[in-house]
Design a binder for this molecule. Structure first.
Ligand SMILES: Nc1ncnc2c1ncn2[C@@H]1O[C@H](COP(=O)(O)OP(=O)(O)O)[C@@H](O)[C@H]1O
Ligand SMILES: [Mg+2]
Length: 278
């Protein structure tokens, strides 16, 4: 079983891009992959993958309802398939209110003398729905804020894959990873693992080996660095698809530098499998 959360303290560093493309890469390698979008923002994994669900319809069943024990349907009905060989549980606007919904559900449970653990709801709901028996790979894409979304993602996956911005500021944030991991471990009561740290968006003139070296010196697994590929990744958002699909179906000719990026994403998926499979 391979389970991880894509996380960075800042937004826009590549969490959703990594989640979508690693899900595709794992599926290409024959794995049964479920990607879960916990980010209520519009420009999330759900949008990127072109999944259209009634995300503003509060009556429609959605993941937030299951997390507070108010489902409208079977859990399996939340799961969408994609043309990329992996499945997705999409986001919903109700996830914006997840922190207060969980607090209310906890209060209600306490009044009723029942137990309710707000940070392990996702883990429990997935287990009850038999998801770990159906999938061997689960990737969760939470928002960048620290709070119940992140806690639920990490409690359900127990490990992280971290994109970092290859800038002075981004590199400084690597020094902070230890604190992020320690805080999450203390909050959740188990050791959180880091499967990979991925410098993402490296400029033409920058030395990617230098970034990788710096990260490895701090003791993290840093298998690849991804170069700045704006046209490829912007194309993905325009066409709402993974980078593998975009390069394969929306490009009239093969671009070697894009093939290199796709190879690196596959390579990253393999390394993550080796580090995280248990
Ligand atoms: N290697 C890259 N090169 C160029 N643009 C990238 C790269 N990785 C991600 N992006 C772009 O950066 C933006 C933010 O990425 P996204 O995955 O949405 O970040 P997050 O989920 O962390 O907020 C998107 O427009 C995406 O296309
Ligand atoms: Mg995102």
């Amino acid at each position: 079983m391979l389970t991880y959360t894509t996380y960075s303290e800042a937004g826009g560093v590549g969490k959703s891009t990594l989640a979508a493309n690693l899900a595709d890469a794992h599926a290409q390698q024959g794995r049964d992959v479920l990607a879960i979008d916990l980010d209520p923002q519009q420009g999330s994994l759900t949008y990127l993958l072109g999944i259209t669900t009634p995300r503003e319809d509060g009556d429609a069943d959605n993941l937030a309802r299951h997390l507070i024990d108010r489902p409208k349907d079977e859990f399996s009905a939340l799961i969408h398939d994609t043309p990329y060989g992996f499945d997705v549980i999409p986001s919903h606007n109700m996830l914006e209110r997840l922190p207060s919904l969980l607090t209310k559900a906890e209060e209600m449970a306490t009044d009723m003398g029942e137990s309710f653990e707000p940070n392990t709801r996702l883990r429990d709901v997935l287990a009850d729905a038999g998801i770990p028996a159906e999938y061997d790979t689960i990737i969760i894409d939470p928002p960048a804020t620290v709070g119940p979304h992140l806690y639920n993602a990490v409690a359900a996956t127990r490990s992280l894959v971290l994109p970092v911005e290859p800038t002075g500021k981004g590199m400084q944030s690597i020094e902070g990873i230890e604190d992020v991991v320690t805080n999450l471990s203390e909050k959740l009561g188990f050791d959180v693992g880091v499967l990979a740290v991925v410098p993402n968006g490296i400029g033409k003139t920058s030395n990617q080996e230098q970034y990788l070296g710096q990260i490895r010196e701090l003791g993290y697994n840093a298998p690849v660095a991804l170069r700045d590929r704006s046209s490829l990744f912007e194309g993905c958002w325009d066409q709402r698809c993974t980078a593998f699909h975009y390069a394969g179906y929306h490009r009239s000719r093969r671009r070697d530098y894009e093939v290199e990026t796709l190879d690196k994403l596959r390579d990253l998926a393999t390394h993550i499998q080796e580090a995280g499979d248990q």
